[in-house]
Design a protein around this ligand. Structure first.
Ligand SMILES: O=C1O[C@H](COP(=O)(O)O)[C@@H](O)[C@H](O)[C@H]1O
Length: 223
């Protein structure tokens, strides 16, 4: 794991947006298309605000989430909604969106269809992950019903429920997260920094983020 510390989160968000854009550009020099996976939640919005204006060939970029909360896109908790509002806009409106949500009562009903849509995107070219203070990453939560499956299984996508998550989730599996060609983790604040330090000495069953720390660049700012 490589740790990059920033004086403040504003600088971190702009710098990280530049890094992601430049990695995508490099990938597009060598491939027909590049895939970009990003988290939802409260942290990445400002990165999306800068990244969406990056000068690159967005028509050849396929964008997806690392995980989704099983709620309709009209919900404030929808990661898809965040993506549409703040990343798939400006120049990035030309990107292709690869969905992790479809209208159904449970994620299990749509799992095969959504997983099929991911096959041609792998390995993911550029991946940005978030982390909760409980050491979950994507939607791989400690104590989740499908934790072992998500950490050790061969499936690309896993549906799960967890005590720390108010709604069912769908998440890229650890196998997909670990196969990304480039991986970044973004966190803000002392609580998450302490959680990250704890996770470095814990097994993934207790600290799921530990599964992906090797070869990951962690970006951190205090506030
Ligand atoms: O629920 C989620 O949580 C994590 C962390 O979110 P944050 O609000 O603490 O930044 C996020 O990475 C994940 O994509 C999201 O679904």
């Amino acid at each position: 794991m490589k740790l990059v510390e920033y004086p403040d989160s504003e600088m971190m968000m702009m710098d990280l947006a530049d890094t992601l854009a430049s990695e995508l550009k490099t990938c597009l020099l060598m491939h027909d298309h590049a895939s970009l996976a990003v988290p939802g939640g409260t942290t990445p919005g400002p990165i999306f605000d800068s990244l969406c204006a990056a000068d690159l060939d967005w028509a050849r970029v396929h964008v997806m989430l690392t995980d989704e909360r099983w709620v309709p896109e009209t919900s404030d908790r929808s990661n898809t909604r965040l993506l549409r509002d703040r990343l798939l806009t400006s120049r990035a409106a030309a990107a292709t969106y690869v969905p992790l949500y479809a209208d159904a009562e449970t994620p299990e009903e749509k799992l095969p269809e959504l997983a099929q849509g991911l096959v041609s995107e792998l390995p993911i070219s550029v991946m940005l992950l978030g982390m909760g203070a409980d050491m979950h990453t994507a939607s791989i939560f400690p104590g989740a019903d499908q934790l072992d499956h998500a950490l050790k299984g061969d499936d690309l996508l896993v549906a799960m429920r967890a005590p720390g998550a108010p709604e069912p989730r769908i998440t890229l599996s650890a196998k997909v997260l670990k196969s990304a060609m480039s991986r970044h983790l973004v966190i803000i604040g002392g609580e998450k920094r302490e959680a990250l330090e704890r996770a470095r000495h814990l097994p993934p069953q207790e600290a799921p983020v530990a599964a992906i720390l090797s070869d990951t660049t962690v970006h951190w700012a205090e506030r």
